[in-house]
Design a protein around this ligand. Structure first.
Ligand SMILES: [Zn+2]
Length: 171
């Protein structure tokens, strides 16, 4: 039996669980089919996320193909995905570091051009078919702002990897 890192107690394991992707900074993303170890004694929980790189490709593809403007937490996720620190990203975009922080905390919306530039950076840094640049730009309508409360995006773990859970997305 697995023991808890925090208190040493025995942990129970639940498979096929659903958890929000808080650890990835994306609480609106729901992970379906994950394995969760839970400690009844202290309440500690450990979510096992398989194939994290592939999961991130699914999320990135979903984010950059959205027709609305990017939400602040999506900006942060995409910035990290292309491997930029806040300082490097600010340099690349030609803005102050504080501006990047405001985009990522939602204090200031990212403008339409910066939104496009970030999507292009992502699309060209990982040029696989999901990220076709022309599709991204055709889909994009940055004048449609991101809602304050993001709709949930669900993905399901399967033997072939993570896939968007369309039934739940549509609900
Ligand atoms: Zn414990």
């Amino acid at each position: 039996m697995r023991t808890c890192d925090d208190c040493g107690g025995g942990m129970t394991v639940e498979t096929g669980a659903v958890r929000r992707y808080e650890l990835g900074g994306l609480p609106h993303v729901e992970l379906h089919g994950v394995e969760v170890a839970h400690c009844p004694a202290c309440g500690a929980e450990d979510v096992a996320i398989p194939r994290i790189e592939q999961l991130h490709r699914v999320l990135v593809s979903h984010f950059i193909n959205q027709t609305r403007a990017l939400a602040p937490i999506e900006v942060r996720f995409l910035r990290k995905h292309v491997g930029f620190s806040t300082a490097d990203f600010a340099k690349c975009m030609g803005v102050l570091r504080e501006t990047v922080s405001r985009w990522e905390t939602g204090k200031k919306p990212m403008g339409a051009q910066a939104d496009r530039l970030l999507r292009l950076l992502v699309a060209t840094s990982a040029p696989i078919h999901d990220y076709a640049v022309k599709d991204v730009l055709r889909a994009l309508n940055p004048s449609r702002p991101a809602p304050k409360r993001l709709g949930r995006f669900a993905v399901r773990a399967s033997p072939d990897g993570w896939r968007p859970n369309r039934e739940i997305v549509a609900a």
